[in-house]
Design a protein around this ligand. Sequence first.
Ligand SMILES: Nc1nc2c(ncn2[C@@H]2O[C@H](COP(=O)(O)OP(=O)(O)OP(=O)(O)O)[C@@H](O)[C@H]2O)c(=O)[nH]1
Ligand SMILES: [Zn+2]
Length: 298
Amino acid sequence: MPKGQIRKALSGFYYVLDEDGERYIQCRGRGVFRNRQISPLVGDFVDYKADNDLEGTILHVYERKNELVRPPIANIDQAILVFSAKQPDFHPLLLDRFLTAIESHDIQPVICLTKMDLVNDKERSAIMDYVADYEKIGYEVIPTFINDPDLQQRLMPVLEGRTSVLAGQSGVGKSTMLNTILPSLELKTDDISKALNRGKHTTRHVELIEVNSGLLADTPGFSSFDFDTIEKEELSGCFPEMAERSNACKFRECLHLNEPKCAIKAAVDSGEIPEYRYKHYLKFLEEIMTRKPRYSND
Ligand SMILES: Nc1nc2c(ncn2[C@@H]2O[C@H](COP(=O)(O)OP(=O)(O)OP(=O)(O)O)[C@@H](O)[C@H]2O)c(=O)[nH]1
Ligand SMILES: [Zn+2]
């Protein structure tokens, strides 16, 4: 049976690129998916039945590595987290929220810091301290500014061979960045949509676009989160600098709160783990521990 990957979804059709990467087959999902509450997603690897050269039916969706709700895409390797240095102000708590959610989906984050042209020297130095902290954790951080002539060149190796999605809150410069990477897309940025007097650009479809032997979602996403799917024991696994030390805690199930001989608290005390990261961890832990129970079948 032919295999392929869904590269685009539009008006109830799925566009499956066949295994040879040679042609797109316009497919419908089979009814059975709806019964089983699986709907095919862009990024899914599928088996399909070809009705003719151009049309077919999806018969099977292979198990996903992960999936996002917004944008609705499966099998993501990497999220490029776009945060602005200013307008809106750099927001480490929100960044850690994004990082935590992304890590919990088994997606590799890369941090892009836009609007570095808008900060003064003092603000720049404060932000570069954060950059150093995040780099020490092991994250790649790419500071950038409006019309940065090197941005495309710096992003290409990051995108190479991976399936990526851009994420970040409204107005940080995601569309601007997508346009830098893929000038032909010409997404409407804020100024244009304001001129047209309708808030944001409206997206009619989701598509994975080939760029540098990788794939990039043409729709930014991940604009807000809750931690609904993270259990309290899993949280420190979403903080790489804690994950790598937690074996050294006395108690295997240590939540790094008040337990004795906690390696994480020791690392915070000695300054190896930044205090704000630990505070954010505690805040998220509290959110998880006080959330209302979910009622579901799983
Ligand atoms: N000064 C400066 N302005 C920027 C930079 N990047 C983007 N902008 C401006 O910031 C505004 C918002 O940029 P967008 O690219 O529309 O932001 P977005 O993240 O796509 O926003 P949403 O579509 O609301 O999610 C636009 O007016 C851009 O021109 C930058 O590095 N420096
Ligand atoms: Zn501990």
